[in-house]
Design a protein around this ligand. Structure first.
Ligand code: FES
Length: 261
């Protein structure tokens, strides 16, 4: 169940050099959205002051929901023309969006679980609402995150503020452990066992996470990033090579074994 609507920008602020948090007033999406789902931001709207280029909608995973205020927010990295335009939005600007789209994470458990989140870089974004939901249910949640350098620490701060146990690796060693998040995970698994793992990041990274978990009997859910256009299963532009499913409607969250084995 999703809606298509015109929303108003509440705020659009940088949280690192090139990542922005966009907060939108959308009572419908904030009440319907689930962790792991996404919003399609339609960029080619003349009335928004954008030209008809770039045409593709921007699918962005839901970062946070404030059901009381009716706010939905996404975090994005400025990587090209479309996201550059997004970064220029100011509060009170209007934006057409569709959402919440796709199938999100499995996150309701009957009994208390020991849960692991593994994020590569901006892969932390879809995991934030999930972390909050799991934490609220009383589970033990740990986050392993791989960053480029310490300048990216603001991406992780909201997790730390939530009280999530967090370990960070940086490519350049400027903070905490020097190495990749996979190196960090291998070390962590020497001492810890988990009931379930959630991961988001580059596909190679998620595949390795899944391969490390399979022999330990830990099921993994992965959030796939694919170029998407329509976001609702109509254009067939987002077919997953392994299982031939549409990432936008059957995913973006899949079980690791379904995608990687
Ligand atoms: Fe069109 Fe998935 S984006 S079918």
């Amino acid at each position: 169940k999703w809606v298509s609507e015109k929303t108003v920008v509440v705020s659009n602020k940088p949280i690192t050099k090139d990542c922005y948090q966009l907060v939108l007033k959308s009572p419908k999406i904030s009440s319907l959205g689930e962790p792991g789902q996404f919003i399609n931001i339609l960029m080619a709207q003349e009335e928004m002051g954008f030209s008809t280029d770039p045409l593709l909608p921007r699918p962005l995973s839901i970062y946070d929901l404030d059901k009381e205020q009716g706010y939905a927010s996404v975090v994005y990295r400025v990587v090209g023309k479309g996201t550059k335009l997004l970064s220029q939005l100011r509060s009170t600007d209007k934006l057409k969006i569709m959402g919440p789209l796709g199938k999100g994470f499995k996150y309701r458990w009957d009994e208390q679980k020991n849960l692991l989140l593994v994020a590569g870089g901006i892969g932390v974004f879809p995991l934030f609402l999930l972390a909050q939901s799991l934490q609220n249910q009383g589970h033990h949640v740990k986050l392993l995150a791989g960053l480029k350098n310490k300048e990216e620490l603001p991406l992780i701060k909201p997790f730390i503020d939530l009280g999530i146990t967090t370990e960070i690796s940086t490519d350049d060693g400027s903070y905490n452990y020097q190495g990749t998040v996979i190196d960090l995970l291998k070390l962590d698994l020497l001492d810890n066992q988990y009931d379930f793992c959630y991961t988001c990041g580059r596909e190679e990274m998620m595949k390795t996470v899944n391969n490390l978990m399979v022999p330990r009997d830990i099921s993994v859910q992965v959030s796939l990033e694919k170029t998407m256009a329509c976001g609702v299963g109509a254009c067939l532009g987002c077919t997953c090579k392994t299982n031939l499913k549409q990432v936008c409607t059957d995913g973006p969250v899949f079980s690791g074994n379904e995608v990687f084995i």
